[in-house]
Design a protein around this ligand. Sequence first.
Ligand SMILES: Cc1ncc(COP(=O)(O)O)c(C=O)c1O
Length: 467
Amino acid sequence: MSDSDFCAMARAAQAAIDYRRAIAAADTTPAATYADILAAFDAPLPETGGDPDAIIAELIERATPGIRASTGPRFYGWVIGSSHPTGVAADWLAAAWGQNAANVVAAPAASAVEAVAAQWLLDLLGLPAEASVGFVTGATVANFVCLAAARSEVLRRAGWDVEGDGMFGAPPIHVLIGADAHATVFSGLKYLGLGAKRVTIIATDQAGRMLPAAFEAALKAAPGPVIAIAQAGQINTGASDPFAEIAPIAQAAGAWLHVDGAFGLWAQACPSRAHLTRGVELADSWATDGHKWLQTPYDSGFAIVRDAEAHRRAMAISASYLPPAADSERDPSSYVPELSRRARGFATWAMIRQLGREGVAEMVERCCRVAARIADRVGREPGIAVILDPELNQAMFRFGDDDAATIATIDRVQADAIAWIGGASWCGQWVMRLSVSSSATTEHDADLTADAIVSAWRAIRDLKGRE
Ligand SMILES: Cc1ncc(COP(=O)(O)O)c(C=O)c1O
């Protein structure tokens, strides 16, 4: 390695620090588009190498104009955390240490830190201490892993070895899922041969919560192995399924209950919001993210399974060249689909260590308060309708009386670049949807954001009035 290699590392670190120091004032819409950045990077394959420090300088210069300020305080487009500097610093070390966190021998510290972070997570989220945790890329893969464990166990109980014999000829599995489930859960069903279309859809209420009576009736009509998929935190409304009611019903029927709790499961870590997920600990598996409410850098998700044996059966890899872990040790790759993998436990450990139980609770509560404050201020403006009062960190608004006015207002807010907020279809109508999930967002940002929404709407309304 040359001096230039180390200069490149120092340059990257300094550029990252400078970027994050200035983030609060950054426009939420980047100056450069995808096409601009493509043009800036477009070049034939280099025939020869280059100087490391100069290459990193080139990367910074060309990419920075196209970096979205999603780590800033007023990015509400999706549930995206702020990649907190402490988590980033831990993640830099994970990269610099270059650990392949597959197993204890290859990466003893990464494996041990992951084991500790796993126990802290279970404690923080109020989940059973005996559950196993796989550190994956995000909730999409966490859902997949949990559903693989579910498939393994419900088929094992039916006398079928899915890991050995696959799905051909296996007893059919009935999958029950709420009408407002997240799209990525269907990806998990697709990957596992369970079929994204071969599901029984359970009716939901106006906030997207499963109706317990509909759930019970569907379970009664589903003979044989059953996997029921619930959620904590509907992507538009933030609503959670009524776990205290549906979990005992699932249990009595011998169904595996999985919970997609990508962000909503974090209500568990906040005493003032924990009533929203009451009973969630009764489920069999839970998917959640670190890169949302825990503020770890991308990518970070957790696949949590009550029955650790089912989890390992679905995921563990063995080969003669891979040294087995001792009974007192934990190989990270036994709980995830990959063998070679990033040491994600360092960033998770660092974020929990930095915030502590109280810091996580305060942050979750503040995000919820900000969502309610924005909704309250925006809702006072004539012509703006608040769709459901926020109970968690999500808010939805409709402008005027047609989709066009709502779409135009969203475009206007994005163009003004004070806040970035997107849209979605909810109950057949286009709405502005806002997710508050950054530890950087404060009440002051709430007020700036509400003002930006109201002034964008007034501009659109006046424009419409003149037409
Ligand atoms: C409820 C829910 N499930 C799953 C996902 C997918 O998570 P990820 O993008 O981390 O894979 C999300 C993402 O927003 C979500 O909100």
